[in-house]
Design a protein around this ligand. Structure first.
Ligand SMILES: [Zn+2]
Length: 115
C-alpha cells in the first residue's frame, strides 16, 4: 500500500535524524501534505495506526497531518496565487501558469518530544 511505504519512509527519516534515546521521548509528528501530493491524509493516518497498534514502540506518538494549498507563482508578474478548483491561472494578470511553488510536497514539519 502506498501510504504504508510513506509511513515507513517518515519513520526511517526520523530514525536517521534522531538518536533512539530521543525517539523514545517523541510525542508528536507534524506533517504537511500538499493537495497535489497524491497522499490522502485519512489513509496515511490509518496506515500509521495500523503500523503502530497498542503496545508497540511509537503507538503513543500522535500524528498530525496538515493539508497545504496549491500555490503558483506567475512567471510574468511574480504574483502568487492560491489555486482553487485546479484553475492554474494567475489571479492578477489572468495568464495560465504552471509554476508550482507549493502543493506537491510531503514534509515533516515539526517533531515534539517530552522533556
Ligand atoms: Zn501574473
Amino acid at each position: 500500500m502506498h501510504e504504508t511505504s510513506i509511513v515507513n519512509s517518515i519513520m526511517k527519516t526520523l530514525e536517521m535524524e534522531f538518536e533512539q534515546e530521543k525517539l523514545d521521548k517523541m510525542r508528536a509528528i507534524y506533517l504537511k501534505v500538499g493537495k497535489l501530493s497524491n497522499i490522502e491524509p485519512r489513509l496515511l493516518h490509518n496506515a500509521y495506526t495500523a503500523k503502530y497498534p497498542c503496545g508497540t514502540k511509537y503507538h503513543h506518538v500522535a500524528l498530525h497531518i496538515e493539508t497545504t494549498e496549491i500555490k503558483i507563482k506567475c512567471e510574468k508578474c511574480n504574483h502568487v496565487t492560491q489555486v482553487i478548483n485546479y484553475r492554474f491561472i494567475c489571479e492578477k494578470c489572468q495568464k495560465p501558469c504552471k509554476n508550482l511553488i507549493q502543493g506537491e510536497e510531503m514534509l515533516i514539519h515539526k517533531v515534539e518530544f517530552n522533556d
